[in-house]
Every structure is written in C-alpha cells, then in structure tokens.
Design a protein around this ligand. Structure first.
Ligand SMILES: C[S@@+](CC[C@H](N)C(=O)[O-])C[C@H]1O[C@@H](n2cnc3c(N)ncnc32)[C@H](O)[C@@H]1O
Length: 399
C-alpha cells in the first residue's frame, strides 16, 4: 500500500467483492469512501470502479494505480527528474543554510537540545514572518513556489534537510513529468516516499516529539533518511494494476459522499459500495500532511500540529449527526435505483449512538442481507488508543 491507512479494508476486500458480485451490478462499482483503494484494487480487472473520497490526495494514488494512460520508461524519466531535483535542492540549501546548520548542531547534541530546536523552529502555524513568506511563495511563478514543505512541516514531521528534498522533488516532478500518467505516477510515488520517512506514528495527526533518549534516537533515525533513494524504490513499486481495458473505464473523484450520490457522476453505475468512517476521528486531521503536500496550496495553518484551517469534517464522524448522515446515504442511493453494499463494524459510532443499522436500512430497501466477519481494525494509534481493535465487521447487502 502506498500509504499506511486507518480503517483500510484490505483484509476484507475479497468478502466485499463477493458481496458486490452478489447483486450482479450492471455497471461500474462506485467506491464511495475509497480511502487508499483496497476494495478498488480487489475489483480488478473484472469490475470498473469509480473511486471517491473527500480527501483529494487519495485521487492521485487511485489514478496512478487504477487510472488510464501510458507511462514513460522510468529509465528515461528518472535521470531528468534527478537533475532538476538536485538543482532545486542546491538553491534551497543555500537559502536555508542557517536553519540547516542549527539542525545539524541540534542532532549532534543532547535530547534537550533537539527538543528545543523542534519547539523553537519557526513555521507557518506559529510565526507571522514565515506565514508572509508562504503567502509570497504561493503566488510565485518561479521555482520559489517550491518551498511549502520547508515552511510548513520542517523540524517536526520532517527534518529541514528532508523538507528541502521533498520540495525539490515536487518541483522536478511538476516541471519534468509532463505526460498526465507520468505526473500521477511520480506524484503518487513522491507522496508514498514522504509517508515512509515521516516522523509520525503511521497517521499524521502529530509528529513525534523528543522527551528523552529513546525518542531522540527515534527522531534522529526518521530524520536521517534520504528522500531520493526511497522515491526510486516507490516508483518501481507503484505499478499500474489490472489491464489497460480495465483502467480505461475507471474514474477517481473527490467529493463529499452525500453530494456525490445525488450528482450526475452516478449515471450508469451498477452498485454503490460504502465504507464510511466509523469513529469520531476525522480523517482530515489524521492525514492533513498528505492533503497539503498533494494540493501544494499554501493554506492557512494552525497550531503546533500545523493543520490546514479548512479541514473537511463529516457528519459520519459526529455522534449527534451520524444517524442523519446514514439516513441520507441510504435514501440517496435507493432514490437512484441502485443497490447499496455497506461495511460497518458492530462498534461503529452509529451503533454507539443507539441506532439499529439493520432496521434503518430495512426501512429503505426491499431486501437487506447481513454478512458478518470477525477481525481486527487498524487504528494506527489514533486518539491514543491501541494499534488494533477487535470488532465484528458487518457487510450489509441492500437491494
Ligand atoms: C473507513 S475509510 C475507507 C477505507 C477504504 N475502504 C480503504 O480500504 O482504504 C473512510 C474514508 O472515508 C473518507 N470520508 C469521510 N467522510 C467522507 C465524506 N463525507 N465523503 C467522502 N469521503 C469521506 C475518509 O477520508 C476515509 O478515507
């Protein structure tokens, strides 16, 4: 998987596929909350997929793996990207020489020194000068534009040195990967590389801080990794899945699910598969770094976590509104004359809100068949909880 993801249905994908096939869809499968695409991948190469997720960075991962278009040879593309990457890296190293020297000294010193460096390093969430620099770079038409990671996420999620590398690589990709399929491939590999070097516990709600010798060792290890080598590995790993015919019929979208099901995008679809969030944790908080890196849009940023201020929030993750969200989902799909396949655990937020999901679905659809599977959810430690939680995952087939 290009990025570790909370709530991925990788372990359940074959069962979801069987449930989808049980309704004999007469058109593409809409994967309405597609995340990083575990179900879309399992539908290859027999069922076209329309993936959708409110987080837009997921679309580039989907296009790179499931989308149409011919890629260039990596052997032709990578040397050009590497040359441009080194040029931009040299420019940024010169511009941030003082910060790089301070970081190098902090990494060689005590854990207290490194902790102080992380705390005091200016970034857009806390420093007005850095924010105004970000504003001027955002509108730049020169390579100055490629400074976002350094201004937003350095000395936290990444070292200053890595942030410079990440910006330089994005600059090289935007300028050298001209063909659409190449840009998607390279940008997805770039995002996947940032995931693998990030100083964070799997999700990106917060970076790991230093509070002693052990955490100093962890941060030093994470910050010492070089982006280019990881990137080259990711480029090789990120293959186009299925067949050219299959990929030609797939589409990747990014909309609110409830808007999506009432839109024209649903025309011709055969079935809707829904895997909504099932806790009060908003994904936009846990994956905000990827979202900002992908969009590269210099958003207003708040607090030590450096969150974008326009983070997407959904009623599916709000206990007092989750019932309404499910009502709208079920009625919306029913009104389009489509079957709905829904996966939801027995300890999901809707259930905790006291709602009988089977009853809710049965009040809209003529037939609801329930298939249950025991398994462990990956939480990646969200909300300070365990890495995995045991639950029964229910698949509701509604037609
Ligand atoms: C349980 S995860 C889906 C995991 C996915 N099936 C997979 O295997 O990777 C729920 C997803 O819903 C997305 N999401 C949350 N609220 C949404 C909404 N209102 N509209 C669209 N997507 C939403 C989240 O960003 C997250 O990726």
């Amino acid at each position: 998987m290009p990025v570790r993801y909370m709530g991925t249905k990788r372990y359940l994908a074959a069962d979801v596929r069987a449930a989808i096939e049980s309704v004999q869809p007469a058109g593409p499968v809409v994967d309405l909350f597609s995340g990083i695409g575990a179900v879309a991948s399992a539908l290859s190469p027999d069922h076209h997929v329309i993936t959708n997720d409110a987080l837009s960075f997921t679309t580039v991962l989907a296009r790179a793996r499931f989308g149409p278009g011919r890629r260039s040879e990596a052997a032709d593309l990578l040397p050009r990207i590497c040359a441009r990457y080194r040029e931009r890296e040299n420019e940024l190293r010169a511009a941030y020489g003082t910060e790089l020297a301070a970081e190098s000294a902090a990494l060689k010193g005590s854990w207290e020194k490194l902790a102080r460096f992380m705390l005091e390093h200016p970034h857009v969430g806390t420093d007005a000068d850095t924010m105004s620099l970000a504003k001027s770079h955002a509108g730049s038409e020169t390579s100055d534009r490629y400074s976002l990671t350094t201004l937003y996420f350095a000395a936290g999620y990444f070292s200053v040195r890595q942030a410079i590398q990440i910006d330089s690589l994005r600059c090289a990709i935007d300028q050298e990967a001209i063909r659409k399929a190449d840009w998607d491939w390279m940008t997805a590999s770039w995002l996947s590389s940032t995931a693998s070097v990030m100083n964070a516990p799997g999700h990106t709600a917060q970076y790991l801080r230093v509070s002693g010798d052990l955490s100093q060792t962890r941060v030093r290890r994470a910050w010492s990794r070089d982006i280019w080598n990881v990137f080259v590995d990711r480029v090789a790993a990120l293959v186009q899945e299925g067949t050219p015919d299959w990929r030609a019929g797939n589409v990747a979208c990014s909309f609110d699910a409830l808007d999506f099901i009432s839109s024209d995008a649903l025309k011709g679809a055969g079935v809707v598969y829904a895997d909504p969030p099932y806790t009060k944790d908003h994904y936009s908080r846990y994956y905000h770094v990827y979202e900002t890196l992908y969009r590269y849009d210099y958003p207003a940023s708040v607090g030590a976590g450096r969150y974008r201020d326009d983070r997407f929030v959904t009623d599916f993750s709000v206990k007092s509104r989750v019932e309404e969200a499910f009502e709208a989902l079920a009625s919306g799909v029913k009104s389009r004359g489509l079957p709905l396949v829904l996966s939801y655990p027995d300890n999901g937020l809707l259930v905790l809100a006291g709602v009988n999901l089977f009853g809710l679905l049965a009040s809209k659809f003529d037939s609801v068949v329930l298939r249950s599977h025991a398994h462990s959810h990956s939480t990646l430690g969200a909300a300070g909880g365990k890495q995995k939680k045991k639950a029964v995952e229910n698949i509701y087939v509604c037609s």
